[in-house]
Every structure is written in structure tokens, then in C-alpha cells.
Design a protein around this ligand. Structure first.
Ligand code: IPM
Ligand code: MG
Length: 373
């Protein structure tokens, strides 16, 4: 018996378990249609688990994750736990502990009626944000002094290394080339836009310089630059100008929530945390949404799209395309009317509709299916 891909699953908090369940249904259906195998390894880490057991992620667990092919994460964040504690333990252990230096966040409008912008069509919003994922103010360098007094001081440092900047910028250039190849002849020229705030935050000029250095090796790729404030404005006014954006950790965090809104909402956006050649982690961009948790109303599409991105990373290109196509058909046909908790559809019903579309995808019959382990 083949065991296939070894996939870790961290359902997490709030709506995490509900949407992850739908993601796994889509995974099983894609495995049936295309014939790949996999085994699941579930992990309990979450705010709720921390409250119940005091347990956080340990080095041993991160070592275990390194032996997997990929990890799927639902959402982390619990209202009764100090903000950031479990997020740091789980999400940042994965990103920093496994040195997953690329946070890949596609921004693609799948159905015109979902876009909040006037007059924008499907092809107008189709870019990818490559968010640096291991440095910046997320590096936890800083702290407090004289907490709670009138003399309190809080300091945080943004860390940008040559190595960290170079590798993520190079990834962005390679991705732009790959996307242009996929568009084929007659498609637009590959382009990478550097987004920073090097006018106000002068140490960010390391990004400007490294970007220029890396660009030399990619003469076929057009380069562009926007300060992050202007980038937000362009994302709303002229999103069609973007192909690949590369940016710092914090700016990438911020602009991808805006990017999610351009696609219809947080309920559709997915991301991959990647270090090419290593275990990667995939997650919806949304959080644990405690106010709607347990009500079976959250959109599962972000989690399902994350499964699609995972299959693409694992080399299961057919499975990835089938999942993406299934989501797209559900949205274009309005069988799934929106990507938020007001769609009128239960989380499970939306998941069923996507699974139905996956199963309806015709592919030369192969044997085998995935199994839980
Ligand atoms: C994200 C989230 C996280 C981040 C939080 C939960 C720490 O907002 O993945 O975008 O800031 O990276
Ligand atoms: Mg975020």
C-alpha cells in the first residue's frame, strides 16, 4: 500500500476546524479524481488547546513537522488567550522555525460580481503578493521598559538582511517568469513590483539595492516600484498594473487583507508559506473569527483554495487546477453566492458544492484514493 504525501493538519481555533474539514473533503475528492495518495497527521495546537492543557508547540514538534511534505493550518487565535501568544507559538514557529521565507498570496478575482471595485473585470485583478516571511518587525526584536508607567518605552526593530531580502526577491522574479510562461505567447510581459517605504524608513533601502542587484539576472522581467501607501491606492484604482509584488513581512500582511477584499472577501484568500524544497505550510488568510465560530456559516473557500495551493506545491498540478476550477465554477454560477458568512449557505453545504464540482471534473480514470492515517 502506498502512503503517499504526509500532510500535517492543524485545525486550530474558531472557524479553523470547520473550514479545515471542508478543505480535507476537497483534498479527498481531488485524490479520487486524479489518483494521488496521502496520509494525514492531526495536531491539536490552538488557543483552546493551550487553555485546556497549557501546551504550546515545542522544538520536537517542529522537528516532526520538518519530516512532513506539507502542513495545513486552519486558523489560530482565541479571545481568552493573550493576543499573539498562540499565534507566535504555532504560526510563527512554522514560518520562522522552518525558515519558510516566502509567504505566497495570490490575489485573483474569480467572479466579477464579487469585486467591490467599480468597473473591474476578472482579468483586471490577477496578481501575486510575495511577502517576506521571516524578518521585519515580526522577528520579535524589541520589548518594553517601565511598563504601565508614564515613562513606558516600547521598542521594536525591523530586521532586513541581505540574505533574507535576496532570496525572497529572487523567488518573486522566478515566479514572474513562471507566470508569464503559463500565460503563453501574446500574454503580458512578466513584471515584479517592489513595495517598500524606503523614503521614510531609510534602512529599507536595502530592499531597493538588493532588488536592483537581483533584477540584473532577469533582463526579461520588467521592474516597477511603489511605496506601500501608493501601492494601496493603486490596488484599488489600477490593480491591473500588478503581476508579482514583492514586499516586506509587515507590508505584505497589510496589503494582502486589501487584496482579499478585492477578490470578494477574506473568505476566499489563501496562502502558502514556502521554502522551496522543504515542508511547506498552507493556510487561509482569514483568522479564527470567534464571533461566527461553531455556527457552520464561515466560508470554507479560503481553506479549500489553500489545499489547491498545497497540491500545486507538491507537484499535483492536475489536482490543484481541478480544485481551483471547482471553486471558480461555484462562484461564477453563484451556486456559492458570496465568500463571507452571509452567503446563506452552510460551511458544509458550500464545501459539498465544491466537492461536487471536483467530482464532476472528467479525467482519464485512474485507481486509488487518499486515506486518513
Ligand atoms: C496573517 C496573519 C498573521 C500575520 C497573524 C495571525 C500573526 O495576520 O497570516 O496574515 O500577521 O502574519
Ligand atoms: Mg494578516
Amino acid at each position: 500500500m502506498r502512503t503517499g504525501y504526509r500532510i500535517g493538519v492543524i485545525p486550530g481555533d474558531g472557524i479553523g476546524p470547520e473550514v479545515t474539514r471542508e478543505g480535507l473533503k476537497a483534498l479527498a475528492a481531488a485524490a479520487e479524481v486524479t489518483g494521488f495518495h496521502y496520509q494525514l497527521f492531526e495536531y491539536p495546537y490552538s488557543g483552546a488547546h493551550y487553555l485546556a492543557t497549557g501546551e504550546l508547540v515545542t522544538e520536537r514538534i517542529v522537528d516532526e513537522w520538518r519530516t512532513l511534505d506539507a502542513v495545513l493550518l486552519g486558523a489560530i487565535g482565541h479571545p481568552a488567550v493573550e493576543p499573539g501568544l498562540v499565534e507566535r507559538s504555532v504560526i510563527l514557529s512554522l514560518r520562522f522555525g522552518m525558515d519558510l521565507y516566502v509567504n505566497l498570496r495570490p490575489v485573483r478575482l474569480l467572479a466579477e460580481h464579487l469585486c467591490p471595485l467599480k468597473g473591474k473585470r476578472v482579468g483586471d485583478i490577477d496578481f501575486v503578493v510575495v511577502r517576506e516571511n521571516t524578518e521585519d518587525v515580526y522577528a520579535q526584536i524589541g520589548g518594553h521598559l517601565k511598563v504601565g508607567t508614564a515613562d513606558e518605552v516600547a521598542i521594536v526593530s525591523g530586521v532586513y538582511t541581505h540574505k533574507g531580502t535576496e532570496r525572497v526577491i529572487r523567488y518573486a522574479f522566478e515566479l514572474a517568469r513562471e507566470r508569464a510562461r503559463a500565460r503563453g505567447m501574446g500574454g503580458r510581459q512578466p513584471q515584479v513590483t517592489l513595495v517598500d517605504k524606503a523614503n521614510a524608513i531609510r534602512p529599507q533601502s536595502i530592499w531597493t539595492r538588493v532588488f536592483a542587484e537581483v533584477a540584473e539576472a532577469f533582463p526579461d522581467v520588467h521592474t516597477d516600484h511603489a511605496y506601500v501607501d501608493a501601492c494601496c491606492m493603486y490596488m484599488v484604482k489600477t490593480p491591473e498594473m500588478f503581476d508579482v509584488i514583492v514586499t516586506t513581512n509587515l507590508f505584505g500582511d497589510i496589503v494582502t487583507d486589501l487584496g482579499a477584499a478585492l477578490q470578494g472577501g477574506m473568505g476566499i484568500a489563501a496562502s502558502g508559506n514556502i521554502h522551496p524544497g522543504r515542508t511547506a505550510m498552507f493556510e487561509p488568510i482569514h483568522g479564527s473569527a470567534p464571533t461566527i465560530a461553531g455556527q457552520n456559516v464561515a466560508s470554507p473557500l479560503g481553506a479549500i483554495a489553500a489545499v489547491g495551493m498545497m497540491l500545486d506545491y507538491l507537484g499535483e498540478k492536475d489536482g490543484a487546477a481541478i480544485i481551483e476550477g471547482a471553486i471558480e465554477r461555484c462562484l461564477v454560477s453563484r451556486r456559492i453566492p458570496s465568500v463571507d458568512s452571509d452567503s446563506g449557505l452552510a460551511t458544509t453545504a458550500a464545501g459539498d458544492l465544491v466537492v461536487e464540482q471536483i467530482r464532476a471534473t472528467r479525467r482519464p480514470a485512474t485507481t486509488a484514493s487518499g486515506e486518513a492515517g
